[in-house]
Design a protein around this ligand. Sequence first.
Ligand code: GDP
Length: 195
Amino acid sequence: LFVGDVDFLKGVVAMDGLPPDDRAEVCFAGRSNVGKSSLINALTGRKGLARASNTPGRTQEINYFKLGSERFLVDLPGYGFANAPVAVVAKWQALLKSYLAGRVSLRRAFVLVDFRHGIKPVDDEIMTLLDRSAVTFQVVLTKADKVKAAEQDAILAQVRERLSKHPAAYPEIVVTSSEKGEGIASLRATIAGLA
Ligand code: GDP
């Protein structure tokens, strides 16, 4: 598979900066602090590859990574910063819309959701955008190690209920913990299968 065989390609701030649309790609989206960098690092087996974008005012880049020679892994900027300036949010939404609408080789979007919190309104908005762009998306629950087994079913039910309203949702939910390694191999296999 692609463990270790991964390289940062470039950070993109506008559509004309995208690399050629010449191979299968998957993208990762999620609220800031959802655990996206940790998950990408766990998946690729490269610590420090993806870095958390902690500053809301900072340039919001789409980060491209090469997975082996046949795929791109795309790290979308985190969304839902509490105090993000309106202009930053608007610019990000515009870039995201063009990206989702225009990327022919995009096979699947993985929408990361903190298992403790379930699907928030801002996640729902992204999912609606994915519906409208006809991009299949799959929910990846993060930080499973932080949720007691007894609490998991109720949250899973909330997530399933929300997903039932999204035509572009892939029904299977992936449960992960980057900390414990749970679900990582299975997600890796899913990506490898999206040729
Ligand atoms: P990002 O902003 O979405 O890239 O989030 P990060 O990957 O930087 O993670 C945000 C915080 O959550 C950090 O403090 C991580 O250590 C923590 N975190 C990420 N994944 C996990 C996990 O699977 N389990 C636990 N317990 N903490 C996690």
